[in-house]
Write a protein of this length. Structure first.
Lengths: 333, 245
């Protein structure tokens, strides 16, 4: 809960958080080490100095630190735990649904647990997806299309097997599909960040919501275009929102583009915790005002109403959260 | 392969030649020079006119296709100097450094470098991003000219010949103009003096009626490249410290 100077209570859902284990003993190979180093570089490049973590803390911060950072200091009412398996890089996985479920069981009113699937698992994976939904009761999945899998360095949502998995997920009651576009999709001669496959999937599955992590970065331009065409494509602001501190002008320009093309009803606040902390992200986001020249040029503004939607109401709608009831439950606890 | 022995480097005027050539090589995604981006870590000239260049990128995971294009283009640009016997590009700290260094060093194509993982060469990818570069360069120049007082109608009617002789008051404006004219021959249809200066990348004329909408489309493309370049600079600095440190 974020309280404005006027005393208004803003309901906050952090749409993208992790609880990972990237300690050296869990690293399977050099890629495990390089993966967490790269995340740590992102953390160091954009965080305010007082929020910087050492490499050791960054590798593993644990559920108590997470609770403190998100729900005690970080204004979040709820957070969506997105699994990233990366079993090719980490012995027991980077952060799996199973690991995350412990967090959800500890804080059931706070944590929304998402699952995952990988279309390259074929028929057995479809059964595993059914078991996953049954065991954990998830309503969303996180897909990491760049994840390595044997010889494969990634897949696309337009692949025939991906469609079979999306069909299955829909039949199991999954509503929300979070998609991370990453840098190593085969074949290597294509643009690996290309978001066009999301367009195909969104058209084929109008009942599903596709939330594109990092608003499609580094293909923000193509993402904006797709999101204007498809009513069920949303943008998750992780990474983008971190620019509000170190590069406020870029943040302003990017928000102006996103508000113009995608609109305030289809953007979700996200910290990507533990890469960044919601406390400073939200304080700076609430204090941010769209510069006059951008308002004049694009005709959009980041109004208090837009901020309310982006910080929590949009995610609440996607996940069927009754905001008033939830506020009451959390307030009584 | 014989290892070139570095000569005394500072003061060798040939180093300036090498850096000048490297300045012409762009990161295709960003449309910025690899030299300006800080991707060139080191340049050494060996006794037998071999040039050794260290290439470093913002992350271990930077897309291998773009990394290959940069390494390939750097080798080609430096070897175009008369006195250079051979240019050896060494990409470091990258998930595909070994393959890319071997491939570029042996003059292999991208598909040959990644057998089974690449189904074709990078021409289409290069073209896609070169088109975005055209749009980005056009957008900054159009906005600059609007700020200078040109109307949409005047810009839609302007000929290339008119743009060439246009005197912009400052170095920034002149550079925008020069960079746009450099790429105008690749996109936007015929590029004689009598042809339209500002056309779509497909060569269609612009009209004052759709001019504002058109500019908004271009802005999205230019913003994305600018944002990526900013992210890359931040990450490179985090990874390696400021240039020269």
């Amino acid at each position: 809960m974020y309280k404005t100077d006027e005393g208004e209570e803003i309901f906050v859902v952090d749409a993208h958080i992790h609880l990972w284990d990237a300690r050296p003993e869990n690293q399977r190979n050099i890629h495990g080490a390089q993966f967490i180093n790269c995340f740590h570089d992102y953390h160091k490049a954009l965080s305010p100095a007082e929020y910087l973590w050492t490499a050791e803390k960054f590798q593993h911060y644990g559920s108590d630190t997470l609770y403190e950072d998100l729900f005690v200091n970080g204004y979040a009412d709820m957070a969506i735990c997105q699994p990233t398996y990366l079993k090719e890089f980490y012995n027991t996985g980077f952060n799996t649904t199973e690991q995350n479920s412990e967090l959800r069981d500890k804080y059931p009113e706070r944590i929304i647990l998402n699952g995952a699937f990988d279309p390259r698992d074929g028929e057995p994976g479809l059964e595993a997806l059914e078991a996953l939904v049954e065991t954990y009761g998830v309503h969303g999945v996180k897909l990491y299309t760049a994840e390595w899998h044997g010889d494969s360095k990634g897949y696309k949502l337009s692949d025939p097997w991906a469609k079979r998995y999306l069909e299955k997920a829909q039949s199991l009651g999954i509503k929300n599909v979070h998609v991370h576009k990453g840098p190593t999709i085969l074949p290597l001669n294509r643009d690996s960040f290309d978001v066009a496959d999301i367009d195909d999937a969104a058209t084929d599955f109008p009942e599903l919501n596709f939330i594109v992590d990092h608003v499609g970065l580094p293909r923000l331009d193509d993402f904006c275009w797709i999101a204007t065409q498809e009513k069920n494509v949303y943008g998750g602001l992780a990474v983008a929102s971190a620019f509000v501190h170190a590069r406020p002008r870029y943040f302003a320009e990017m928000m102006a583009e996103l508000l113009f093309w995608v609109g305030e009803d289809k953007l979700l606040f996200a910290s990507d915790y533990g890469i960044w902390q919601p406390k400073w992200l939200i304080e700076k986001f609430m204090a941010f005002e769209m510069p006059e020249d951008l308002k004049a040029e694009t005709g959009v503004d980041l109004t208090p109403e837009a901020k309310r939607k982006i910080l929590g109401l949009n995610a609440a709608k996607l996940y069927g959260i009754d905001v008033d009831a939830k506020k009451a439950t959390l307030g009584a606890a | 392969m014989p290892t070139p022995t570095p000569l005394k480097q500072s003061g060798d005027p040939r180093l300036d030649d090498v850096w000048a050539r490297l300045a012409t090589v762009s990161d295709p995604e960003l449309d910025e020079s690899v030299a300006d981006m800080g991707f060139v870590e080191s340049v050494e000239i060996g006794a037998d006119d071999q040039v050794r260049i260290g290439l470093r990128l913002p992350t271990f995971w930077c897309a291998p296709n773009f990394a290959f294009l940069m390494a390939h283009d750097m080798r080609e640009a430096v070897e175009s100097l008369d006195w250079v016997n051979r240019a050896e590009i060494t990409l470091k700290d990258h998930c595909h450094a070994e393959e890319i260094n071997r491939g570029v060093g042996s003059g292999h194509s991208f598909a040959e470098t990644f057998p089974g993982q690449a189904t074709a060469e990078l021409d289409e990818l290069r073209l896609t991003f070169r088109r975005k570069a055209f749009q980005g360069r056009q957008e900054v120049l159009l906005r600059r000219l609007l700020a200078d007082g040109f109307t949409a109608a005047q810009l839609c009617d302007m000929r290339i010949g008119g743009l060439v002789v246009l005197e912009l008051a400052d170095a920034d404006g002149a550079l925008m103009c020069q960079r746009y004219l450099e790429i105008r021959g690749e996109f936007g249809g015929p590029a004689e003096d009598s042809d339209g200066a500002f056309t779509t990348s497909e060569g269609e004329a612009l009209s004052p009626e759709n001019f504002t909408e058109y500019l908004k489309d271009l802005r999205r493309v230019r913003m994305n490249a600018a944002f990526n370049a900013n992210m890359c600079r931040s990450l490179l600095q985090t990874r390696y410290g400021k240039a020269g440190e």
